[in-house]
Design a protein around this ligand. Sequence first.
Ligand code: BG6
Ligand code: MG
Length: 216
Amino acid sequence: MSNIKACIFDLDGVIVDTAVYHYKAWKRLANELGFDFTEEDNEKLKGVSRVRSLQLILQWGGVTKTEAEQEELATTKNDWYVEMISHMTPAEILPGAKEFLLACRAAEIKTALGSASKNSMTILDKINLTPLFDTIVDGNMVSKPKPDPEVFLKGAELLNVAASDCVVFEDAIAGVEAAINGRMKVVGIGSPQVLINADLVVNGLNEMTLEKLKNL
Ligand code: BG6
Ligand code: MG
């Protein structure tokens, strides 16, 4: 039995499924550059920062761009993405996410967001979940991308909880590794064949309970 004092949640793929919007925006960009971008390619970008995602896409398309051009392309993609997420509603919260956040708070377990996305605040406000997080760490507050543990360690620090008393919820391999690198426990959201290093893997937060949390 462990004494979990805080849960730190990734956003995209854990609380909300924004992968489809990222996919549409990256695909439009790739198509405008003259090549295609598949859903399979998109899978490889889960948890990967905006700049790194663009670099990978350009590499897959065999296209070379200067740093200034890359910055412009990333901004264009983000403008399209921001337009899409501006229409999001609470109906897009993944099953069980809100319920599990509420259960944590009722049990006096602190909650934090630990996301690479610089659009985290916009999304949380759109789906009305901002008040359920005791602290929010997003892509604007960290300099080292996952699998570096910076985003989760910052969350633990702001909550004033030791890393060993935190559990991270993650859908991306890089995120699971980040939690492990931060010496935190980690629950994978997705497939046990993919998230092999997680302490426990569930399909979604609808399968998560306080009992399972205590038994980690
Ligand atoms: C992660 C997503 O949460 O955030 C990635 O899984 C995304 O796909 C990254 O690239 C950065 O997001 P944003 O919103 O800052 O471009
Ligand atoms: Mg994610």
